[in-house]
Design a protein around this ligand. Structure first.
Ligand code: ASP
Length: 325
């Protein structure tokens, strides 16, 4: 029997409306049971929880990574990422971030971004809306504004006080000779169905020289993802770690069949051949295989790496084994 035209029109209209709802309001909820999220440091626990929530609500792996990292970027109490991150030597907060999709092999990275608290979101837009991969400084800021971000003061009373204290200390340390506080949120995700993604975000080293770029926003250094093998991220002395293409090194080892933990240890071994200050400085990595198995390592026990894991629907915090004693 032929349906009356008005009923067919109604079904078509409601079908289209339902489809539009599914795409605008997010895809239908999916189970996060198979998804694994792995992040650096204890602040990664909240990022993982948010990522799992976004993923369970139907978001993509990239949505989960971006929104998870946003939690740490927005937190004024984290003084090494986003809003409240400690500034450069001139008192300006300068942010770096990157994100990579292991399926399309596309990445977006933002360096030396001022006045915008969520550089990972800017990096994702760069990846998805343009043909570029990396943008820095004033151009990155102008791109962010064009994408709808609102510039704001990123110094908090706490970070301003810290900077003034450093500035007013006679003979304070500088990056001509010495280094100060730092950390990065590195976040990796595996969806349990063969896809991986990676992201990271940082304000870099406190009191760094303006314009300094280290490992975090660089593809293959601060982060890397490839569905065929897995994903990795790094935190620590990025001036040194960038010289070892740490994340690419690890994923490449996994592509050759290494377990993520073995791949992290291999990287430490590789660095140990030539890296200076191995026992003093911080060099840490995390890795995830497409099947959700993980690895994490820090170079030495003086600078242990805490990492946060979300697996089987719940979160936990662990300390990575140091490679050297
Ligand atoms: N790797 C970051 C940088 O050097 C800092 C960190 O992760 O601790 O900017």
């Amino acid at each position: 029997m032929t349906e009356p035209l008005d009923r067919r029109a109604f079904l078509a209209a409601t079908g289209a409306a339902a489809a539009a709802l599914a795409t605008t309001a997010g895809a239908p909820a999916q189970s996060d049971a198979g998804a694994v999220f792995l992040s650096t440091w204890d602040f990664g626990a909240e990022a993982n929880r948010r990522a799992a929530e976004v993923f369970a609500a139907g978001g993509s792996l990239l949505d989960a990574i971006e929104k998870g990292v946003n939690v740490v970027e927005d937190d004024p109490n984290v003084t090494s990422v986003g809003y409240g991150g400690l500034p450069n030597s001139e008192g300006e907060v300068e942010l770096d971030a990157g994100i990579m999709d292991g399926t399309s092999h596309r990445a977006g990275s933002i360096c030396n971004l001022h006045k915008i608290k969520n550089p990972i979101s800017v990096a994702r837009l760069l990846m998805e809306k343009t043909l570029h991969t990396t943008m820095a400084g004033d151009g990155a800021l102008r791109f962010a504004i064009e994408m709808g971000f609102t510039p704001q003061q990123l110094l908090t009373p706490k970070s301003l006080t810290e900077w003034l204290k450093w500035k007013n200390t006679p003979n304070h340390s500088t990056f001509w000779i010495d280094r100060e506080h730092h950390d990065t949120i590195g976040m990796l995700g595996a969806d349990g169905k063969g896809k991986v993604a990676a992201g990271c975000s940082t304000s870099g080293l406190a009191w760094k020289l303006p314009g300094r770029v280290a490992d975090s926003p660089l593809v293959g250094c601060g982060y890397y993802a490839d569905d065929a093998a897995g994903a990795a991220s790094a935190t620590g002395n990025g001036d040194v770690m960038a010289n070892y293409c740490t994340s690419f090194f690890i994923v490449n080892r996994m592509a050759g069949g290494a377990h993520p933990q073995e791949a992290c240890n291999d990287l430490m071994r590789f660095m140990a051949r030539t890296a200076p200050q191995l026992h003093e400085d911080m060099y840490c990595v995390i890795a995830i295989a497409a099947n959700g198995e993980i690895g994490a390592a820090s170079m030495n026990s003086k600078q242990p790496l805490q990492y946060a894991l979300w697996k089987n629907g719940s979160g936990s915090i662990h300390t990575a084994p140091p490679f050297l004693g």
